[in-house]
Design a protein around this ligand. Structure first.
Ligand code: TXA
Ligand code: MG
Length: 382
């Protein structure tokens, strides 16, 4: 199929061209088609969440296994009742605090949402995106829209329309290009109970922010929970997952996910020791005959300039030497910047043809927790 490109300026939503693009995308969604669109986290691949056949197209385009549930996106509160059967007081508190925004809540599924959306689970993930383009599209479509990240299954989430096309061109009906996404990593997925919040996937809304809303009773769900754990009863489809019978962890955990094509080597530590550790790793791998990619933070950029005797390829500058490629990731003190550029950097290094990527791991504070989670999953899955 031919994938239609629709362009919209996030800052000029009222322009004739933007309105036409959004109207066309909404029409495709209502007609049972698939549209990739920007959100404040990453691009999503949307389809009408109420239409089983439309949702099936998402799984087909992504080559996503049927056991991995989708997040449903809504543009206004009135739509929530069509998606969730019930919103308890604790969930409402989080909605008031964080919507519209990058927080996905697991709520009891309404009868209107087909089982294919939740992979048979009793609860549905739902969020109201804050991105102006996503918001306008959802309002115009007037339906809840199921949308996983718009990448092939297991690959890195897209933060530009170009990234979406690299994975899904020819496999989906349209891409609504609204420029680069804001945060660069995905939403936080939370199971909100009467007395606590359990984080299924750390994301843009931080553990600290959730702690503040949940009276300190917010925690990360243990990825190693197995069938013996009472929570496993909520997930009867667990045994269908690859990797063995124990079934848990949650979908999206414990398997190849968020991964670049190249092998990923993670380096722990803090600057300035971190810069030396990175340099050592780069030299070791290069000597072993690898084509090395580096996710470089500020201190390392300085170390590289001072310590490296041979030339290297810095993003935008090819210096006639191609066994070390450096992506200038950002400042260690600015984890928001690191989140925003994480997937772009991994994709850029992949495209440069490296065999291995060396990447420092931010500390698990604030959005650093989500960056760390993605890196550890990507590295562990190889
Ligand atoms: O930021 C985001 O969340 C992006 C944008 C497009 O909204 N979406 C996204 O969707 O990252 P996806 O499908 O790539 O990741 C959603 C993950 C699933 O893999 C699963 O881990 C979890 O959310 N999830 C969704 N529904 C669930 C459910 N009913 N129970 C447990 N986990 C669920
Ligand atoms: Mg995804």
């Amino acid at each position: 199929m031919e994938t239609l490109r629709l362009k919209v300026e996030a800052g000029e939503l009222e322009s004739g061209a933007s309105r036409r693009a959004i109207a066309r995308a909404a029409e495709i969604l209502r007609g049972g088609g698939t549209v990739a669109f920007p959100t404040e986290t990453v691009y999503g691949l949307g389809a009408n969440a109420l239409d089983e056949a439309a949702v099936a197209k998402i799984f087909a385009a992504k080559e996503r296994p049927g056991w991995d549930p989708l997040i449903v996106h809504i543009g206004e509160y009135a739509t929530l009742g069509r998606v969730a059967a019930e919103v308890n007081e604790s969930a409402q508190r989080l909605i008031d605090a964080f919507w519209p925004g990058p927080l996905t809540l697991l709520l009891p599924r309404s009868a209107e949402i087909p089982e294919v959306v939740t992979a048979g689970l009793a609860r549905v993930g739902v969020r109201m995106p804050a991105h102006p383009v996503a918001h306008a599209l959802l309002l115009e479509a007037g339906i809840p829209v199921a949308a996983p990240s718009a990448n092939r299954f297991g690959r890195i989430s897209p933060t530009t329309a170009w990234d979406v096309a690299a994975d899904l061109e020819g496999r989906i009906d349209a891409i609504l290009d609204g420029g680069e996404t804001t945060h660069g990593v995905e939403s936080t997925v939370v199971d909100v109970r009467s007395d606590s919040c359990v984080i299924y996937r750390p994301g843009v809304i931080t553990l600290e922010q959730l702690q503040a809303q949940c009276g300190g009773r917010a925690w990360l769900r243990d990825a190693s929970i197995d069938e013996g754990h009472p929570e496993a009863a909520d997930h009867p489809i667990g045994q269908n997952r690859p990797g063995g019978g124990s079934g848990m962890p949650a979908p999206g955990m414990g398997m190849r996910h968020y991964a670049p094509r190249s092998r990923l080597v993670l380096v722990e530590g803090f600057p300035p020791g971190l810069d030396v550790a990175l340099m050592d790793e780069v030299n070791r791998l290069e000597e072993a005959g690898e084509v090395v990619g580096v996710m470089a933070v500020d201190g390392f950029m300085a170390a590289l300039t001072l310590m490296r005797k041979k030339p290297f390829n810095l993003r935008g500058f090819t210096m006639g030497y191609d066994t070390v490629h450096v992506y200038h990731w950002g400042s260690w003190r600015n984890p928001e910047e690191l989140a925003r550029k994480l997937y772009a950097g991994l994709r850029w290094l992949d495209a440069a043809g490296v065999t291995v990527i060396v990447c420092p791991v931010p500390e698990p504070v604030g959005i650093g927790l989500a960056i760390r989670d993605r890196l550890v999953k990507a590295a562990g899955s190889q």
